[in-house]
Design a protein around this ligand. Structure first.
Ligand code: PEP
Ligand code: MN
Length: 347
């Protein structure tokens, strides 16, 4: 249920509503706006009569949220959520670019990529250190050593650092090194991991599962939102279809669909969505044209020698060209690329 308080409702009236919500074994999520306070009452509210809340002093309206996801829905939170990361914002007018290798492979590889993508206009650096590989014999990632290189790359470039967390027991370690925790497609419905990330004070980039519906993606986001982590970004990364010409099929529809259903920022990963470097820029343009708030792009200084996902990785030069093209697309639809933060521009 969404309980909208009257403009100027007192603190006492707000507290009163929260208390009533909790008495019914529901959780209260409060959004304090400039003029009005909105309180979400989430949990199993089927048997709770909304008139109970309507009768409380200071309450303007009480509406049931019809979607199965509540805190993630636009019915609860009408306006786009905008999260401030270090020096730029995600989810507003501006489009953000997170780029870097699939895997952190060495200090040199990561630093070279970080400097190159920063120069090209990226805002964030991606790089996996715990890799979800289909084969147990494939490169599994550098673990903590890789995290040290990510932290060093952040120091050197000012880029915000994003890496995938695969298991609950990695969270504490990763929190010490990275700015944004990524949940990969294979873990989108690892509910124990999602619950644990609900308690984390870092933003999460949640990727859509290989065969997950938009609604399932939003329900997974709901796990983290309901646990108290409001900074969840969603990422379309292609879904599995009968088509084999590309690694996955970009569900470009998901971008405007998600933008309508949720207030959370929506990113697109054209690298995993296509699987081939030669298609990445076209799908990056399509993503921005469709309304994505940002892109997650794999870039490697020497894709042919990459230890994972080389076939879909752009060279730094190709990434610079992608940035030029998506900048033009963003401007054509009345948006712009987020400015590169001062600290980075000064380097
Ligand atoms: C990745 O970002 O490197 C990755 C493994 O992505 P996904 O979980 O979307 O396959
Ligand atoms: Mn990858």
């Amino acid at each position: 249920m969404v309980i909208v308080m009257k403009p100027g409702a007192s603190q006492e009236q707000i507290q009163n509503v929260i208390q009533a919500i909790e008495q019914h074994n529901l959780m209260a999520h409060v959004i304090v706006g400039v003029e009005q306070t909105v309180i979400g009452a989430v949990g199993d509210s089927h048997s709770v009569n909304k008139e109970i809340f309507e009768a409380l002093p200071g309450v303007l309206t009480v509406t049931r949220i019809s979607q199965p996801y509540k805190l993630a829905s636009r019915q609860f939170h009408e306006w786009d959520s905008v999260f401030a990361l270090d020096g730029f914002r995600v989810g507003g007018e501006e489009v953000v670019l997170i780029a870097g290798p699939c895997s952190v492979e060495s200090r040199e590889q990561l630093l070279e990529t970080a400097h190159a993508v920063r120069e090209a206009g990226a805002h964030g650096l991606r790089g996996g250190v715990f890799k979800p590989r289909t084969s147990p014999y494939s490169f599994q990632g550098l673990g903590e050593e890789g995290l040290e290189y990510l932290a060093e790359a952040r120091e050197a470039t000012g880029l915000v650092v994003v890496a995938e967390v695969m298991a609950i027991n990695q969270i504490e370690l990763m929190e010490r090194y990275v700015d944004v925790l990524q949940v990969g497609a294979r873990n989108m419905q690892n509910f124990a991991l999602l619950r644990a990330l609900g308690r984390v004070r870092k933003p999460v980039l949640l990727k859509r599962g290989i065969a997950a519906t938009v609604e399932e993606l939003l329900m997974s986001a709901e796990y983290m939102l309901s646990g108290g982590n409001e900074r969840v970004m969603l990422c379309e990364r292609g879904i599995r279809t009968f088509e084999t010409a590309t690694r996955n099929t970009t569900d470009i529809n998901a971008v405007p669909v998600l933008k309508r259903l949720t207030h959370l920022p929506v990113l697109l990963d054209p690298s995993h969505a296509t699987g081939y470097a030669e298609y990445v820029t076209a799908i990056a343009r399509a993503g921005v044209a469709a309304g994505a708030d940002g892109l997650l792009v794999e870039v490697h200084p020497d894709p042919a020698r990459a230890l994972s996902d080389g076939r879909q990785s752009l060279t730094p030069e190709q990434f610079a060209e992608l940035v030029r093209q998506v900048k033009a697309v963003a401007e054509a639809i009345g948006r712009r690329l987020a400015p590169v933060p001062e600290r980075q521009a000064a380097l």
